[in-house]
Design a protein around this ligand. Structure first.
Ligand code: FES
Ligand code: FES
Length: 195
């Protein structure tokens, strides 16, 4: 019995019509059926984050999702990060700040952080550390990854809106305070002494 089904995956803006078993995970479908091997498989049970891709605007672990669950939803993988031959700021920052060594974990970190920076360009360092703790790297010791993501965040962050000073309030002379209009204290009179 052929229990395979037809599924269409939209990856990086391109449709892939594939014929797969319903139990096929998204990461296996992306790699084996669509030929996009930039997304890596590490632990296969949701622990390492190497398989992270973006589905419908959310970073997901594609080893924990069936391909059929992602049907017709926009999927983004590391192959779609560079545009028109120009690397994404995160990709440049990972190279500049030694954010990778063997590179096995890198696609997962790139997709995780690309999604986070799109959602919150002003993410602070504490939130960034918390985010990065969800993915594993066996080589770098993380410092290069942290510096790279901070650098990309600082490059991508839209400038803060200019602070416009409120004009100084004009003083309306008709609004004098009671103090302004209070009569002056009468001067103390020297007591006169009759002699
Ligand atoms: Fe998916 Fe490790 S391979 S989380
Ligand atoms: Fe090798 Fe992260 S660079 S696992």
């Amino acid at each position: 019995m052929n229990d395979k089904i037809d599924v269409t995956l939209n990856i990086n803006g391109r449709e892939h019509s594939i014929h797969i078993e319903p139990r096929k995970t998204l990461v296996d479908a992306i790699r084996d059926e669509c030929g996009l091997t930039g997304t890596h498989i590490g632990c296969e049970h949701g622990f390492c984050g190497a398989c992270t891709v973006i589905v419908a605007g959310e970073a997901v672990r594609s080893c924990l999702m069936f391909a059929v669950q992602a049907e017709r939803k926009p999927i983004r993988t590391v192959e779609g990060l560079a545009k028109n031959g120009v690397y994404h700021p995160l990709q440049r920052a990972f190279m500049a700040h030694h954010g990778l060594q063997c590179g096995f974990c890198t696609p997962g970190f790139l997709m995780l952080t690309a999604n986070a920076l799109e959602k919150n360009p002003h993410i602070n360092d504490e939130e960034l550390l918390d985010l990065l703790s969800s993915n594993l790297c066996r080589c770098t010791g993380y410092q290069g990854i942290i510096k790279a993501v901070q650098a990309a965040r600082d490059e991508m962050r839209p400038p803060a809106p200019a602070v416009v000073e409120a004009p100084a309030a004009e003083i309306d002379p008709s609004h004098e305070t009671a103090q302004d209009t209070a009569p002056a204290e009468p001067e103390m009179l020297e007591p006169t002494v009759d002699r």
